[in-house]
Design a protein around this ligand. Structure first.
Ligand code: NAD
Length: 442
């Protein structure tokens, strides 16, 4: 028997005895990342200990298991989540994600980030997030529709236009929001339906969505990069940048960046590519729509993940998934600025390395808040039965996000701290002030 066989035999007997897999690879806890970011800011600002207890936990966690009939007539069970972190500022608000990695830990983290994001942007929403643990590429469109509708039915009154308002996130889009809207309205008495159109945001414009919502997250990312460039007297028209993620956020960032800035490498689920002469964002978006990702983009060369992360550039925009900039990858980066389009792309260890290396970070809860800000505008338009023009939406978004940026910048100076911690302090100070005024029932 080899040492390897012996080790395996020991593992098997340990599983039999304890029911637990020894040394089983554990997914890095995203909620642990949030907790560490939260504690760092709470310590520095001296957050009231009672309010710290409240904000350090989620309020409601809903897990639903529901059956759906597949195209072949068989029934399959699915698990869906909705976590409501905090509603002291207003109704719970946050996206829905369809991804195989969705679990309660991930959704808790994403829900918490929504609370901080709305507080920094000063919009009257709380934080929530949800999703279904599926790989959508394994299902037909009709199956995705039935899964979405049955999930909405299972959530029932755990969502609502004045209570908890979903929106798109990874692998969900305007069409999926329209199915949620239609299902939710069908569950209401007829005389209530017209009052409920704001139960989801990020809807198609034809179904009550806001002009400018689809591009809003990318637009917000670009507005914050422009503020950073002004602060550093940096000429964006001569910038080079790399992008991780070619979906909603990534593709819009590329389309809205200063046309002089050169996109020299992109990575998504299909692989990584580089083109030193620059990638045309419109052509990339059209290619991704047709082929599902950037691999094989004409005129590009494939590169490895490590080569992508080490590409020398001015700006790196992660716009895909979490935990991409870690203790392993942060030392590879060759950029001046990380602008976090994605939620949670940097782990606390990665953060420490970026700070040590003097790489600036526009943190997710500020950088990608354009999505929830324009979701708020959509919600307001629905409540007032109004349709705003694009220039009105863009102007209001610009004012909100640049005001949030200025508040965070001021706080970095006041507390002599990094941008992420400062962003948390802005959020936590706002939430603390509200709790202090309202008190705790009873
Ligand atoms: P999306 O589904 O439209 O795009 C996701 C992108 O990530 C795709 O290009 C996909 O290929 C890529 N990707 C997936 N797995 C990958 C991997 N292992 N390596 C590299 N790339 C991978 O999703 P989205 O809406 O663009 O969201 C992207 C990020 O932005 C997420 O973190 C999301 O939470 C965040 N965000 C989205 C919004 C919004 O309005 N959609 C708002 C705020 C934050």
């Amino acid at each position: 028997m080899t040492a390897h066989d012996l080790e395996n035999k020991t593992k098997v007997s340990a599983i039999k005895q304890t029911g637990v897999k020894p040394h089983a690879p554990r997914k890095r806890s995203l909620y642990d990342n949030v907790t560490r970011q939260f504690n760092r800011a709470a310590d520095l600002m001296g957050l009231d200990p009672d309010i710290r207890k409240i904000l350090g936990m989620t309020q409601n966690e809903i897990i639903v298991n529901f059956p759906v009939k597949m195209d072949d007539g068989r029934v399959k069970m699915f698990t869906g989540y909705r976590v409501q972190h905090n509603d002291v500022l207003g109704p719970y608000k946050g996206g829905l994600r369809f991804h195989p990695d969705v679990d309660i830990d991930e959704v808790r983290a994403l829900a918490s980030w929504m609370t901080w994001k709305s507080a920094i942007a000063n919009i009257p929403f709380g934080g929530a997030k949800g999703g279904i643990q599926i790989d959508p590429t394994n299902y037909s469109q009709t199956e995705i529709e039935r899964i979405t509708r049955r999930f909405t039915f299972a959530l029932a009154n755990n969502i609502g236009p004045e209570y908890d308002i979903p929106a798109p996130d990874v692998n969900t889009n305007a069409k999926i929001m329209a199915w949620i809207l239609d299902t939710y309205l069908s569950m209401q008495p007829p005389h209530e339906r017209q009052r409920c159109i704001h139960v989801v945001t990020g809807k198609p414009v034809e179904a009550g969505g806001s002009i400018g919502r689809e591009k809003a997250t990318g637009q917000g990312v670009v507005f914050t990069i422009e503020e950073w460039a002004k602060d550093h007297d940096f000429d964006l028209s001569k910038a080079t940048y790399i992008l991780q993620g070619s979906g909603n956020v990534g593709s819009w960032v590329a389309r809205l960046m200063n046309p002089g800035a050169k996109l020299i490498a992109v990575e998504d689920i299909t692989g990584a590519i580089k083109t030193p002469d620059g990638i045309n964002p419109e052509e990339m978006a059209a290619y991704v729509k047709k082929h599902g990702g950037v691999a094989g983009f004409p005129g590009s060369a494939p590169i490895s993940h490590d080569e992508f992360m080490s590409t020398k550039c001015d700006i790196f925009i992660p716009a895909a998934l979490e935990n991409q900039i870690t203790d392993t990858t942060a030392p590879m980066l060759q950029c001046r600025l990380v602008a976090e389009g994605a939620n949670g792309p940097t782990s606390p260890e990665g953060d420490t390395i970026l700070i040590e290396r003097g790489i600036d970070v526009i943190p997710d809860i500020l950088c990608n808040s354009g999505g929830v800000i324009v979701s708020y505008f959509e919600w307001l338009q629905n409540k007032r039965s109004e349709f705003w023009e694009l220039d009105v939406v863009d102007e209001k978004l610009y004012r909100k996000i640049t005001c949030a940026y200025a508040k965070v910048r001021e706080t970095t100076k006041q507390y002599k701290t990094d941008w992420r911690t400062a962003a948390y302090i802005v959020a936590l100070s706002h939430l603390e002030a509200v709790y202090k005024e309202r008190g705790i029932f009873p």
